[in-house]
Design a protein around this ligand. Structure first.
Ligand SMILES: CCCCCCCCCCCCCC(=O)SCCNC(=O)CCNC(=O)[C@H](O)C(C)(C)COP(=O)(O)OP(=O)(O)OC[C@H]1O[C@@H](n2cnc3c(N)ncnc32)[C@H](O)[C@@H]1OP(=O)(O)O
Length: 198
C-alpha cells in the first residue's frame, strides 16, 4: 500500500499515542478494577490494529537523513517515528556533525532516577549510524565502545552529539557523546563498515 503523507502522519500519531500509553501503563497507580478495564480496552485496540498488518515495521527511506542534511540544520530527521519501542529523536545535521536533544522519561530508567546504560548505547549507535547514513553511506556497526563518565539523569534535557572521526576505505569511525548541563556523561566511539546493498 502507498504511504501517502496523510497515512504517514496517521501512523506517526498512532505510534506517539502508543508511547504515551506505554508510559502511562508503566507508572499508573489506578485501582485494580480500573487497571483491568484499561487492559481490556488495550487488548481490543491490539486486536483491531492487528486485523490487517504487515510483517515488519515501516522502514523510513534510506536517503531520508541525507535529504535532511542537505536541507540544513533547521530540517531535522525524525528517528523511530514508526516504532514505539525506539526512543524518538529529532536529529539535526550540521556539516560533518549531528545533534539531538532528549528528555528521557521513566520508561528509560536503569539505576534509580538515571538513564539505563543500554539505552545510552542505543542512542549513541543511532547518533553515529544515522550521521553516516546522512553522508549517503550504507554501513553497519562493527564495534561500539562506551565510557560512562558520570550518571545520566532522567527528566532533564540532554544534548546528544556525533561527528565523523575518520574514513579509511570501507571503515568509518565516528564519535559521539551525551551532555547534561554542558558536562559529558557518556562518550562513544564506533567503527562502522560499509556494506553493499540496496
Ligand atoms: C540493505 C542494507 C540496508 C543497510 C542500511 C544501513 C543504514 C543503517 C544505519 C544505522 C545503523 C544502525 C546500526 C545497527 O544497528 S547495525 C546492526 C548491528 N551490526 C551488525 O549486525 C553487523 C554484523 N557484522 C557484520 O555484518 C560483519 O562483521 C561486518 C559487515 C561488520 C564486517 O564483515 P565484512 O566481511 O564485510 O568485513 P571484513 O571482515 O572483510 O572486515 C573489513 C574491515 O573491517 C574490520 N573489522 C570488521 N569487523 C570488525 C570489528 N568488529 N572490530 C574491528 N574491526 C573490524 C576488519 O578488520 C577489516 O579491516 P582491514 O583489515 O580492512 O583493515
Amino acid at each position: 500500500m502507498d504511504i501517502t503523507p496523510e497515512r504517514q502522519q496517521a501512523a506517526n500519531d498512532l505510534v506517539a499515542a502508543t508511547r504515551e500509553v506505554m508510559l502511562a501503563a508503566s507508572v499508573t497507580d489506578m485501582d485494580l478494577d480500573e487497571m483491568r478495564a484499561a487492559e481490556r480496552v488495550l487488548t481490543e485496540v491490539a486486536r483491531m490494529l492487528g486485523k490487517r498488518a504487515r510483517p515488519r515495521v515501516v522502514r523510513a527511506p534510506f536517503d531520508g537523513p541525507a535529504t535532511a542534511r542537505s536541507a540544513g540544520p533547521d530540517h531535522p530527521w525524525p528517528l523511530f517515528a514508526y516504532n514505539p519501542l525506539g526512543i524518538p529523536l529529532q536529529i539535526h545535521f550540521d556539516g560533518d556533525g549531528a545533534t539531538a536533544r532528549l528528555t528521557p522519561d521513566a520508561l528509560y530508567e536503569g539505576p534509580p532516577d538515571l538513564l539505563h546504560g543500554g539505552f545510552s548505547a542505543g542512542l549513541m549507535d543511532c547518533m553515529l549510524g544515522v550521521l553516516i547514513q546522512a553522508q549517503g553511506r550504507r554501513a553497519v556497526t562493527a564495534s561500539l565502545d562506551l565510557s560512562y563518565l558520570r550518571p545520566t539523569p532522567l527528566d532533564q534535557p540532554l544534548d546528544l552529539r556525533s561527528r565523523i572521526a575518520e574514513i579509511s576505505g570501507r571503515k568509518i569511525t565516528a564519535e559521539g557523546w551525551i551532555e547534561h548541563e554542558g558536562r559529558r556523561t557518556v562518550e562513544a566511539r564506533g567503527l562502522f563498515i560499509e556494506i553493499d546493498g540496496t
